[in-house]
Design a protein around this ligand. Structure first.
Ligand code: SF4
Length: 182
């Protein structure tokens, strides 16, 4: 049987998520690049101008349809849910950026745990090597999610675009031209 979920920050966390309309990708972006997170929070999107991203989106929409188990989850967009065992699944093409991906999946697990009072866990399935890893909602992950939500609130209230260094991710980022890192 799935353990009961207890987190003293549940109410405050949910309130911040609702107020700022946060979802999983915010938690991924803020762990990759604050500028990217800021753009996403302020709804500035260059993806359709970037041929690599446009091709990726088209590929994803035709090849990776979400499972029926996720229908009706307002504001959450995992790939599949196992309601019986309380596992949320997320498919990724590669095993890269594992911390950021784990925060995204951890966010889904936290929100489902808060909503159902059961402790959910995540499972990241890497499509290219057919391996998977567990994402456990332990105190360290909950602390990380809490701190991410504070960072996102700060970024949402900040008007200036944050300064960020060039990183490996810039090569494939749809914002590279804007940042001058292309
Ligand atoms: S190009 Fe680099 S610095 Fe600019 S938003 Fe993308 S990842 Fe961040």
């Amino acid at each position: 049987m799935t353990p009961t979920f207890h987190w003293t920050q549940s109410v405050a966390f949910s309130e911040r998520i609702d107020r700022l309309n946060l979802h999983g990708l915010h938690f991924q972006h803020v762990n990759l690049c604050e500028r990217r997170a800021w753009m996403y929070l302020h709804r500035i999107n260059f993806a359709q101008w970037n041929s690599r991203v446009a091709t990726g989106l088209a590929h994803q929409s035709t090849h990776y349809k979400r499972d029926r188990s996720t229908v009706g989850l307002f504001g959450l967009a995992p790939d599949r849910l196992d309601w019986e065992q309380a596992i949320v699944f997320e498919n990724k093409g590669t095993a890269g950026a594992s911390t950021a991906v784990d925060r995204q999946v951890g966010f889904y697990a936290a929100m489902l745990s808060i909503a159902t009072d059961r402790t959910w866990r995540g499972r990241v399935q890497v499509l290219t090597n057919r391996r998977w890893r567990e994402v456990i909602l332990d105190p360290a992950l909950l602390d990380g999610l809490w701190n991410d939500s504070l960072r996102l609130e700060h970024l949402a209230q900040t008007q200036a675009v944050p300064k960020t260094p060039r990183i490996g991710l810039c090569t494939n980022c749809s914002l590279a031209s804007f940042c001058g890192y292309d």
